[in-house]
Design a protein around this ligand. Structure first.
Ligand SMILES: [Zn+2]
Length: 485
């Protein structure tokens, strides 16, 4: 969670997405006519709506200088793409996982995690070019159309209406749709376009292949926000590396360009100080306790439950995935008022509603039933007032399963309390730092001389896109991770 957490139960507004029109359009890349469910105007509107969700869900990494630098490169690539007239919106997300993605209508996202793994402007341009390629060839627009059709087919479009906002929170289909996998053909085409655009912008496009090599050596996975890693959203076409290198050569000859930019140093100097890995200031788990240093609270996490922490909420899911605890900010002046608002918004039938105290904090406890598409869900809620904020816990499961979890829900929620331990409050994130090799030496010796501990050598080599036994020329800039906390 971030300091600027939004209120709970915001309407997702996705219903508007259903207002597409059926039309035939010329594909900007192939020049061929194709059936498109989205017009360009729809695409842009869709992009705008999805963007606000992406920002809400994952949060923006606040660094105006770095963002301006990245945006400039993104704009130059957009100008040489097949859709130069589209307005490109570049955003840097405060997410540690390595990923990049695009949304119809010109929205391009990089995570701070991918920035930590890239080693030059040329690699960066390749990745941005690839994402702009998805937009130019309208891959995501086509995916969206398909996903929307599928959704209507299943009748789940309903969950985005005001009737059951609780479930819209749960389903997360909105941003989930971003991560529908593209086909391998789409990936191949985006690679080709990435090469073309980055070379036209003056970069050494073969560097995209080097970055794919780095990615392949990394462990895929997701981070606290649940955002998946690149490879789970971008299937790897066969012979990808060779194809990228071959295309880069072809384009180089075709355009007759001699000097292609790598721009390693300016890139590395710009990311000096970048937050690396999870940022504990936005909440972290230690020994089964969730601590939030910014908002000064803590609560226990049930053993073996899976926790995801996004800017707008903390979500914990039971091992069997049959129960869930949602934690977020609630609207209202008091805990009692927040409970009332919740009941009226969700049209819950109240079973029990009472004022109580949680570790000395004025609170309201509520048990209710909420009608959902898949049946009745029983919910136990605690609305807890701490200074000017009202925090809300909702523990939910199917009515039949609820008795099994009721005590656990109650026990954990009642342990919410003020965080006052300075050791838990004063936490600092790890950061990327740039060091210069004083002499020509193997990467391993250089990293040791920078104080990189044994167990971090491999990971640090990977971040630099080099091998430990590789000899590094003097004056080469290298990344290390500066320990926080
Ligand atoms: Zn892709």
């Amino acid at each position: 969670m971030k300091r600027y957490i939004r209120k709970t139960f915001f309407p997702l507004g996705l219903a508007g997405l259903l207002l597409w029109t059926l039309s035939c359009a010329v594909n900007p890349v192939t020049g061929k006519q194709e059936l498109m469910l989205l017009s360009e105007a729809d695409e842009i509107q869709l992009g705008r709506q999805t963007d606000s969700q992406v920002v809400q869900e994952y949060g923006i990494y606040e660094d105006p200088k770095l963002t301006a630098y990245l945006n400039d490169i993104c704009q130059r690539l957009g100008k040489v793409s097949h859709r130069p007239n589209l307005t490109y919106h570049f955003k840097l997300l405060d997410v540690s996982v390595v990923n990049a993605f695009a949304v119809p209508g010109g929205y391009v996202y990089l995570t701070r995690g991918i920035l930590a793994s890239l080693n030059s402007e040329a690699e960066l341009a390749g990745v941005l070019g690839h994402e702009i390629g998805h937009i130019a060839a309208r891959h995501s627009a086509k995916q969206y159309s398909k996903a929307q059709l599928a959704q209507i087919g299943l009748g789940v479009g309903m969950i985005f209406t005001e009737k059951a906002p609780l479930l819209s929170e749960l389903a997360q289909l909105g941003v989930g749709m971003l991560f529908l996998r593209f086909s391998r053909d789409n990936e191949r085409e985006a690679d080709d376009l990435g090469v073309e655009y980055s070379i036209k912008a003056g970069y050494d496009a073969s560097q995209l292949a080097s970055f794919f090599e780095t990615l392949e050596r990394m462990n895929p996975g997701s981070d606290r926000t649940g955002l998946p890693a690149w490879f789970s959203t971008h299937p790897n076409p066969e012979d990808r590396l060779q194809a990228v290198r071959a295309r880069a050569k072809e384009w180089g000859q075709k355009l007759g360009v001699r000097e292609l930019k790598l721009n390693r140093e300016p890139y590395l100097k710009t990311i000096d100080g970048l937050v690396f890995g999870e940022d504990p200031r936005q909440g972290y788990v230690l020994d089964h306790v969730f601590y939030h240093p910014g908002l000064r609270f803590q609560f226990p996490v049930p053993a073996n439950w899976k926790l995801t922490n996004t800017p707008s909420r903390v979500q914990m899911v039971s091992e069997k995935e049959d129960a869930i605890i949602l934690f977020s900010l609630a609207a209202g002046q008091s805990s009692g008022e927040a409970a009332k608002t919740f009941v009226s918004k969700t049209k819950a039938s109240v079973i029990r509603s009472e004022a109580t105290a949680v570790n000395g904090l004025s609170s309201h406890r509520l048990i209710s039933d909420i009608q959902s598409q898949s049946g009745v869900v029983r919910v136990i809620s605690y609305f807890i007032q701490k200074e000017k904020y009202i925090f809300a816990f909702h523990g939910l499961s199917a009515r039949t399963v609820f008795p099994r979890y009721e005590n656990l829900f109650d026990r954990h929620m009642r342990q919410f309390k003020e965080l006052s331990d300075p050791k838990r409050i004063d936490v600092k994130p790890d950061r990327i730092r740039i060091r210069s090799a004083g002499v020509s030496e193997t990467l391993e010796k250089l990293l040791r001389s920078f104080g990189v501990p044994n167990e971090k050598l491999k990971e640090t080599a990977l971040l630099n896109g080099r091998k430990l036994n590789e000899v590094i020329p003097a004056n080469t800039l290298l990344k290390i991770v500066e320990k926080g906390r």
